[in-house]
Design a protein around this ligand. Structure first.
Ligand code: 5RP
Length: 222
């Protein structure tokens, strides 16, 4: 079985009736949304909110109604993917460019589950370029700042033009290499004026479902 599929399928076990679900962004989450849409009639009431325009459109096409996040008080459970996950269940997210809304919804969720294939597991974060969402007005000065910090910044492009996030910002991907203290780095980067959000997700996932070809592992936050 496809390892993303096995993780997505296992996540269905955690969906309870009469709850508000946060839907993440990315290919693994889309498998989950597809499976959920096939079973949605087996639930009496589920309310969905979304972390990106991409997810909103994907889910809506499958008949799932998305309620805007600002009309929701508390999300019960968010299911999302990740680009890297370490042994402490900290991660890098934002490969799909949705890190800001993903972090807002995750931080407003009672529970957060990541669904990943086993290739996403790492001993220490940093091999995957760290996405940093920035205000376009400041991007050149931030590129210089990140160069000076030896973060190897690269402006994310789409068809030769800057990639624009759902909040109309840019993303700078930083090839940092091994990150020894991800919390310290997150706080340091967030303090820089012009930085909107950092793709380091520390102390956010409660559980990570890791898909393999023939099994799933469930990692729980200690
Ligand atoms: C989007 C994300 C995704 O969750 C992450 O990129 C994983 O995506 P995929 O499931 O396609 O591997 O953070 O901003």
């Amino acid at each position: 079985m496809n390892s993303k599929f096995s993780a997505a399928q296992k996540a269905l076990d955690y969906v309870k009736d009469n709850t508000i679900l946060g839907l993440g962004t990315g290919s693994t989450t889309e498998i989950f949304i597809q499976l959920l849409a096939e079973r949605v009639n087996t639930f009496k009431k589920l309310i969905f909110t979304s972390t990106s325009n991409r997810t909103t459109s994907f889910a809506s096409h499958l008949g799932l109604k998305i309620t805007p996040f600002d009309e929701i008080e508390n999300v019960d459970l968010t299911i999302d993917g990740a680009d890297e996950v370490d042994n402490n269940l900290n991660g890098i997210k934002g490969g799909g460019g949705a890190l800001l809304f993903e972090k807002i919804i995750a931080k407003n969720s009672k529970e957060c589950i990541w669904i990943v294939d086993s290739n996403k597991l790492v001993e220490s974060l940093g091999k995957f370029p760290l996405p940093i969402e920035v205000v376009p007005f400041a991007f050149k000065s931030l590129m210089r700042n990140f160069e000076e910090k030896k973060l190897n910044p690269k402006l994310r492009l789409s068809n030769g033009k800057p990639f624009i996030t759902d909040s109309h910002n840019f993303i700078i991907d930083c090839s940092i290499g091994r990150i020894d203290n991800s919390l310290e780095l997150e706080l340091e980067l967030k303090l820089i004026t012009g930085v909107v959000e950092v793709g380091l997700f520390n102390n956010i996932a409660d559980r990570v479902i890791v898909g393999y070809q023939d099994k799933v592992d469930i990692l729980e936050r200690k």
